[in-house]
Design a protein around this ligand. Sequence first.
Ligand SMILES: CC(C)(COP(=O)(O)OP(=O)(O)OC[C@H]1O[C@@H](n2cnc3c(N)ncnc32)[C@H](O)[C@@H]1OP(=O)(O)O)[C@@H](O)C(=O)NCCC(=O)NCCS
Length: 257
Amino acid sequence: MSEQWPTAITDIEPNSVRVRGYDIADLMGRVSFGQAVYLIIRGELPDGATGRLMEAIIVSSIDHGATPPSAMAARTLASTGATLSASVGAGLMSINAHHGGAIMNCAVQLGQISDRASTEHCSLEDAAAAQLADWKAQGIRMSGFGHRVHTADPRTSRLFELAREAGAFGDHCRTAMAVEDAFKTAGKPLPINVDGVMGAVLADLGFEPEVMNGLFMIARTPGLIAHVREEQSRMKPMRKVVPDAHRYDGPSPRTLP
Ligand SMILES: CC(C)(COP(=O)(O)OP(=O)(O)OC[C@H]1O[C@@H](n2cnc3c(N)ncnc32)[C@H](O)[C@@H]1OP(=O)(O)O)[C@@H](O)C(=O)NCCC(=O)NCCS
């Protein structure tokens, strides 16, 4: 028998599937998708409030309309007759530093600002102002801030609220608020965007930066599948996919029961 390599994720035996030690049939119907995502990535089941926060993070980024680069890439590929997997894959491949992939960089930058406040014994606000000025001089942007469409993104305040409820509003979240204030004070208000909140909250939950952009990929995949199926079923093959030349014709605004 060849040498065996280790994996600690899922144990498969005949008639048995154990994810991180838990019988998958016990997890089914008893833990939410958010809890299961936390479990598979972190190795432990989170408490209920953290599970709700994970769930909200995933729901928050499920879709953002037809114009984001990932939806455009997925639809463009679908319009050539490509398969569902190839089209969704193209969408996922356009999740990078400037779209949906600012989460990791934002978390790292927030950590650098918070470290600067500790090293220089100054407030988070002062550290944020000094660090943003240094980065600006070097042509480096603050990941997770600014948005092409929103000035007050409806998703961000709700995620911070849920982070507070879950006891996950820690140093990175406080630093994110300080960064927002520093941009305002400098006369260039730049709102925190959904990537930024995800970076702050996931860092305060203890996720390693390298895995954070994956949470956006998990969240956006159902949205991309919907865009690809709509492209395949409603649109002419090989059409010109012009980002802004679309109109929404789905359900009118409605409320949850
Ligand atoms: C999202 C983003 C591309 C939107 O850009 P935009 O609204 O089209 O703004 P522009 O790129 O035209 O920049 C306008 C000005 O704001 C500044 N700016 C925008 N976002 C900035 C940021 N995150 N950090 C520092 N400065 C920023 C630009 O330097 C520019 O300054 P100038 O007028 O002095 O040249 C941009 O804000 C950004 O790069 N953010 C960081 C990456 C990110 O968070 N991506 C996830 C988006 S959900």
